[in-house]
Ligand binder design. Structure first.
Ligand code: ADP
Length: 265
């Protein structure tokens, strides 16, 4: 591979130590490089699927003589949906790249409750469509060092997943509290849940428990990676509770609370 240099040293302890560190650095670079290659390959595959769909649909329209107006409209609507899917994937990829490169915006103290209310308003429409009950409680004193967009991404992705994976007539509850110097965001739903086997993987890029289901609900497989990368960047943690299958899901995000003086506690 590109980083195949290894140092073989049999000499003084210090040089042996140096060689060991060099070799471990080589291993790390190799792993990073292979993860990067995997990511590019996965991303290309994800982009190819909707593109192939668009081609297939346009070919069908072009090759069918006398396609009636209604059928044509249906095909064109499907093309539009595939294009929307491409937009979603591209936006998510750009966001992840920005997080990776450290080009994310400078953080400042942000009150969380107003962002939560805005996200609830945005998602209320989606929730209403499938008769899901969206509820929340918000501690107005919650302030974190981040950007509004960071908080929007975290809340939107977790709550949208709650709606997507709780299905018809589900419940999604979000609690924003301040606890021992941390701002705690908990998003709970009563949906399909996540099995213990899948749990270690859900924050990986493009990982979906059920590809068909994720696709159907408009998922990109990137939402939770964006959540965990964003939370991590702002010095917090995100975790998911172990629960028996089918008993819903509970995500917990913790971010350092910002004190009045402007610093983190
Ligand atoms: P997607 O765009 O597919 O929703 P995410 O990265 O947001 O991708 O989530 C990864 C996978 O984790 C999802 O495909 C789904 O299988 C699972 N998942 C995420 N949130 C939930 C939830 N609230 N309940 C059940 N499964 C979930």
């Amino acid at each position: 591979g590109a980083y195949s240099h290894r140092a073989k040293v049999t000499g003084s302890d210090e040089i042996a130590q140096l060689a060991a560190e060099f070799n471990s650095l080589t291993d790390r670079l190799q792993r990073t490089e292979s993860a990067r290659r995997q990511f590019v390959s996965d991303a290309s595959h994800e982009l190819k699927t909707p593109l192939a769909g668009i081609r297939l649909l346009t070919d069908s329209i072009l090759q069918t003589d006398d396609m009636n107006a209604e059928t044509t409209r249906e095909f064109v609507a499907d093309i539009g949906e595939e294009a929307q899917r491409l937009t979603r994937i591209t936006e998510d990829l750009l966001r992840l790249t920005r997080l990776d490169s450290g080009a994310a915006a400078e953080p400042a103290p942000v009150a969380v409750a107003p962002v939560l209310r805005r996200v609830v308003r945005m998602l209320a429409v989606v929730a209403r469509e499938q008769e899901t009950t969206l509820s929340y409680e918000a501690d107005e004193s919650a302030v974190v060092l981040a950007t509004e967009d960071d908080l929007h991404q975290i809340l939107y992705n977790l709550m949208e997943n709650g709606i997507k994976y709780s299905g018809h007539m589900g419940f999604v509850h979000t609690a924003l509290t301040v606890e021992g110097g941390d701002v705690v965001i908990q998003v709970e739903d009563n949906g399909v849940g996540i099995s213990d086997e899948d749990m270690p993987h859900i924050f990986e890029r493009f990982y979906r428990v059920d590809k068909a289901r994720s696709r159907e609900v408009g998922g990109t497989g990137l939402g939770l990676s964006i959540v965990s990368d964003t939370v991590c960047r702002r010095g917090g943690t995100v975790s998911v509770a172990h629960r028996p299958a089918g008993q819903g899901t509970l995500f917990t995000v913790r971010l350092p609370q910002v004190t009045e003086e402007g610093g983190s506690t």
